[in-house]
Design a protein. Structure first.
Length: 373
């Protein structure tokens, strides 16, 4: 009883109740964009901006978000979403069960927030309850179709839309890229989240060796390392943060190293594909175990993109420091020849490159028209 009373009187509950009442006494918007965190919000902002230009009435909902200026925003925890009434619901937040989605939404849209596979790196059932999946590329379309066959689902539609992060990342591109450190090669390390990633396997030894070899090093871990307080980060920070050639990127929207790095070291992260596709530069992949959250993924059929794309946009080396250093030296002298292959892979796996917002808004407007017929 005491815990319930504390919740009722707590700030978070007051925000939920106030926002819900405000929503219920306002005309229903056309589209509700929801996000469970600021990380997830950035993938739907281009869609929101384009939808507003097309005349759609859009609102945001989620806990403690920083939304675009002038946007209508309801500061709620995600479990309150089910009480909202809106024709179209769209989110890049995974882990929502059908029971937590708005009950009165005719269409429920999953906006994919990574170029990597849906069926291997997300638990089975992650995309249950959605009527539409906005796919980044043809590989996602094939995965949705495979999941539909496997689950005997007929009402879940894959829609080839693209990937919303490109427009957001472009806003961080500097007009002029400065080259500090006497022209030393700048290496970006972008580990994925999960057991056996680069940091866990060889992080401290690799960073120490790179600094000894004269490289500038930026470590940009997956946001989950910071959201969940991963203990792999703290010792690295304590060991290297005082080094003048080392930098840690911690912000979920901080992407300066994406534009300034000469080389990138990764394992299976979607950010590695973003680096290759947006910079036209190859990636050095360390061959650690892949991230698998759905042990039954092989029964669905499609081979995950993160397993097949590596040889097309970079080179793969053993999880040994000497092998990584040798691979970097090789790429330094041979990076220009990769541009054509990388562009072909981008065309295949990243639809509507640079035009996600427009494509998403057009589809939302079309869906809204269907709902209102």
């Amino acid at each position: 009883m005491l815990r319930a009373l504390k919740y009722i009187l707590g700030r978070r509950a007051r925000c939920d109740i106030r926002s819900l009442l405000q929503h219920l006494f306002q005309p229903a918007p056309d589209v509700l964009f929801a996000a469970g965190s600021q990380v997830d919000l950035q993938w739907v902002i281009p869609a929101y901006e384009a939808a507003i230009k097309q005349g759609l009435r859009c609102v945001f909902a989620g806990p403690g978000l920083s939304v675009p200026q002038g946007a209508v925003y309801y500061d709620i925890t995600m479990h309150v979403l089910r009480f909202f009434r809106v024709p179209l619901f769209a989110t890049a937040t995974t882990g929502l069960t059908p029971a937590r989605m708005p009950r009165r939404s005719a269409r429920r849209v999953a906006v994919l927030h990574s170029l990597v596979s849906m069926h291997m790196v997300y638990p089975a059932g992650t995309f249950d309850g959605y009527t539409d999946i906005f796919c980044c590329g043809q590989h996602h379309v094939a995965e949705v179709e495979a999941m539909n066959r496997h689950d005997n689902v007929t009402g879940r539609r894959p829609v080839l839309i693209g990937y919303g992060k490109a427009e957001r990342l472009e806003t961080t591109r500097p007009a002029v890229v400065a080259v500090p450190g006497g022209g030393a090669q700048h290496v970006l390390i972008g580990p994925s989240w999960g057991v056996g990633n680069i940091l866990e396997t060889m992080g401290e030894a690799l960073i120490a060796r790179l600094l000894d070899e004269g490289y500038r090093v930026t470590l940009r871990p997956h946001p989950s390392f910071f959201i969940f307080g991963d203990q792999q980060i703290r010792p690295l920070v304590e060991s290297f943060l005082a080094h003048p050639a080392f930098r840690l990127e911690t912000s979920v929207e901080e992407s300066s190293a994406l534009w300034t790095a000469d080389l990138m070291i990764a394992d299976y992260s979607g950010f590695a594909m973003e680096f290759a596709f947006m910079r036209g530069k190859p990636v050095l992949y360390v061959n650690v175990p892949p991230k698998v959250l759905n042990p039954g993924w092989q029964s669905l059929g499609p081979v995950p993109l993160e397993l097949t794309v590596r040889e097309h946009i970079g080179v793969v080396v053993a999880p040994e420091v000497d092998a990584v250093i040798a691979g970097l030296v090789h790429l330094q002298g041979d990076s220009a020849r990769w541009l054509g292959a990388i562009e072909r892979m981008r065309e295949r796996h990243w639809a509507n490159f640079g035009h996600f917002g427009e494509a998403c808004a057009q589809e939302l407007a079309r869906m809204l028209g269907e709902v209102r017929q």
